[in-house]
Design a protein around this ligand. Sequence first.
Ligand SMILES: [Zn+2]
Ligand SMILES: [Zn+2]
Length: 332
Amino acid sequence: MVMGMKAVRLHGIADLRYEDIEAPGAPPPGHVRVRIKAAGVCGSDLHNFRTGQWISRTPSTPGHEFAAEVVAAGEGVPWPPGTLVVADSRVGCGTCPACRAGEANLCAKLGFVGEVCDGGFAEEALLPAAQLLPVPAGTPPEVAALAEPLAVALHGLKRLAAPKGAPLLVMGCRAIGGLAAFAAGLRHEGPLYVADRNAERAALVAQASHATAIALDDPSLPAFRHALEATGSGAALTGLLPRLGAGARVAMVGLFHGPVSLDANMLVEREISLVGCHAFADELPEAIALAAANASALRALITPDVPLGELPGVYERLLRGEAPSLKTLVRP
Ligand SMILES: [Zn+2]
Ligand SMILES: [Zn+2]
């Protein structure tokens, strides 16, 4: 008998459906069948819904930021049922120089869970064990599901490489910026500033990160040497440049929706470095440990319990900018 399950699937641009589909069967060798416990909605999910940029197969079940419980493990996988796991969202080719160097985020053929294979916006999923990592027992699933975006935030901070004690600015307080500020608040020993057009969101992140929320046009601010750009807004980026000191370094984490025009001489004459940061490299285990160790503080930043069937409506609300917290998670 074929068992059914609920899933939310993308059928094309702006066509997301809550529907009954076939549940995964017994896992083949090296694979795991999991029950999804919590799954976060990512800006990239919204971007793909709106533009179709990364649709490589339809219909597909999106969702790469999830925590799930092992239901059954295929031959060769040692995890007992009930083990909590999260996904490594990156699906590299495995053979190119970047993949072999452990930098699958730079693979020319890089795809993501939820695009090239079905992801977490469903009751269950079937994935290769190599695409999953176990989480410490007792970690709340909705916090474990933050590990993937937290890994992206940690990668940005690593690429920024701000020395301890140096003033650090985080631009943008949605998920990646907010989590970067949170992680910097835990480990960076210098003054930490956060900025966001939404003052409420900036205040929430500032409080959780022991940071100061600022308005970038405040003339009393110091010139920054280290900034993490997580807005993906051309206006925010060009507004940031005059606030930077000579020799500044900006880690670029936000995804932009088109070309940005800027005065390149501002970079040349003041030796300003813009450093691209894509997904994450080897930061996921560190992110899992960090999430598990700071569960209650992270839980205060999220909207954790949206029913799966409400997801199409949630997409619409998030696209209108109505985000009540850093991250909205569904609970199938
Ligand atoms: Zn994501
Ligand atoms: Zn590759």
